[in-house]
Design a protein around this ligand. Structure first.
Ligand SMILES: Nc1nc2c(c(=O)[nH]1)N[C@H]1C(S)=C(S)[C@@H](COP(=O)(O)OP(=O)(O)OC[C@H]3O[C@@H](n4cnc5c(N)ncnc54)[C@H](O)[C@@H]3O)O[C@H]1N2
Ligand code: MOO
Length: 410
């Protein structure tokens, strides 16, 4: 069994099992936040026809070249085109068409003047300044040309991508299937919501924090009741969770204590242990296994450690299973504004608050860094990646920071 491996190596191993688990075609109305499983090629241009961007008059710019304040040009008004209608005739020299915003332009026109800028004179309009060809003229395909690839496999569907899909007449779209991700915590000390407080016991907060993290990552979280410190019970929970889901995440019971049974339960369930312990603090004792291509990711029970290991180790794998392309967390440089006294015997991911000031990120520790201290995660918007063996950090030291996903921080 591999033991105490660098985070990058751990990710490389897990990525062997991170292929998407299938494609489904869903209604565009349901597709916000999903990951595209097809490239979207425009079947027609946007806008689909030459159109007016304002309420006014469509005309030939050449007719207005001599227009001046004291020498207006007179054009004959021959028709009105409203948005949703079609012009009944082209515009010829000396004529104009009244037009509303979004209406198709009659052929022959190459400029539009706002109705506030003309004077009506019976069936004629008076124009007091010249227009150039193309003034206020929105050509078909200004936004998207026919045949253009506007969305690409692996991109997240945003409000704008939904708008574009519908503009192109799409009612459904192919997306990667959301992986079902079971999550449960191990520990005799765990109480669930609603159970009365008991001395020596604590509430199972990890289940809810990790469930939310799975949802943020794009997975379909399947939270499961906590399992006592019993290797056979943990093994059977793992078995069942693997049968019904694409991936299983556990918390607790991964260290060296007498009742830390997850590693043993993994063996009992015929899950192949991929590695135990990752060179990072917090979250060192994470254990990962695989059975028939499905992963089990066992995180530390400490609430902050489990959240941090989730974001660094599990999130990129989940995102990849979701079909998402690209890096996990954006990396930026920051300067320490507040010292951090501790040495880092191991590579440490320090919870930090980053603020943008004078063209640079400034970093301060987010609070107590112990792996069980969860409150520090509230304000934490970044993790400072401190290399193994690094001494204390002083004010002004430059550090590497990983920006946490939006939605993690208050
Ligand atoms: N002798 C040693 N002891 C420990 C070592 C070590 O190397 N030698 N490693 C420490 C490190 S590092 C970590 S991290 C923890 C990890 O322990 P486990 O993953 O086995 O987690 P537990 O012991 O089950 O729990 C740790 C801590 O977190 C609380 N907890 C557990 N589950 C939950 C939950 N669902 N919600 C909220 N809080 C939870 C639990 O009560 C403990 O306080 O091991 C060190 N020990
Ligand atoms: O690895 Mo543990 O460092 O205490 O979270």
């Amino acid at each position: 069994m591999l033991q105490s491996i660098p985070l990058e190596k751990a990710l490389q191993i897990l990525h062997e099992f991170s292929a998407p688990r299938g494609i489904e075609e869903i209604a565009v109305a349901e597709a916000f936040g999903r990951i595209l499983a097809e490239d979207i090629i425009a079947g027609f241009p946007l806008p689909p026809f030459n159109r007016s961007p304002l309420d006014g008059y469509a005309l030939m710019a050449e007719d207005t070249f001599s227009a001046a304040k004291d020498n207006p040009v007179r054009l004959k008004l021959t028709q009105t085109v409203y948005a949703g209608e079609l012009p009944s005739a082209p515009v010829i020299k000396g004529e104009t068409t009244a037009i509303t915003t979004g209406a198709p332009l009659p052929s022959g026109t190459n400029a539009i003047i706002k109705f506030e800028d003309i004077k009506k004179d019976g069936d004629y309009i008076l124009i007091f300044s010249p227009l150039k060809p193309g003034d206020n003229f929105v050509p078909a395909g200004e936004d998207v040309v026919e045949g253009e690839k506007i969305l690409v496999i692996g991109e997240k569907i945003t409000p704008a991508s939904l708008g574009l899909l519908v503009s192109l007449g799409r009612g459904t779209v192919k997306v990667f299937r959301k992986p079902r991700i079971a999550v449960f915590s191990c520990g005799d000390e765990l109480l669930d919501i609603g159970q009365p407080r008991q001395t020596g016991k604590i509430y199972n907060s990890n289940l809810y924090a990790i469930t939310a993290q799975i949802t943020e990552a794009g997975g379909l979280a399947v939270p499961i009741k906590s399992v006592p410190d019993d290797k056979n019970k943990i093994a059977s929970a793992l078995n069942q969770a693997l049968q019904e889901n694409d991936l299983v995440i556990t918390t607790g019971g991964v260290s060296v204590g007498e009742k830390d049974y997850v590693k043993e339960a993994i063996k009992i369930s015929n899950i192949n242990t991929l590695f135990w312990k990752v060179g990072m603090k917090p979250g060192t004792p994470a254990v990962c296994g695989e059975r028939d291509g499905q992963l089990v990711i066992g995180l530390s029970g400490n609430p902050a450690a489990s959240m941090i290991t989730f974001v660094l180790l599990a999130r990129p794998i989940i995102q990849s299973i979701c079909g998402k392309k690209g890096e996990n967390l954006p990396e930026v440089k920051a300067v320490m504004d507040v010292p951090f006294k501790k040495k880092s015997g191991q590579r440490r991911f320090m919870r930090a608050v980053l603020t943008w000031k004078d063209g640079i990120y400034h970093a301060a520790p987010a609070g107590i860094q112990s792996p069980g201290a969860l409150k520090s995660m509230l304000q934490c918007n970044a993790l400072i990646d401190i290399p193994k063996g690094h001494g204390p950090l002083d004010i002004g030291d430059e550090v590497k920071a990983l920006l946490l996903p939006e939605g993690y921080c208050m």
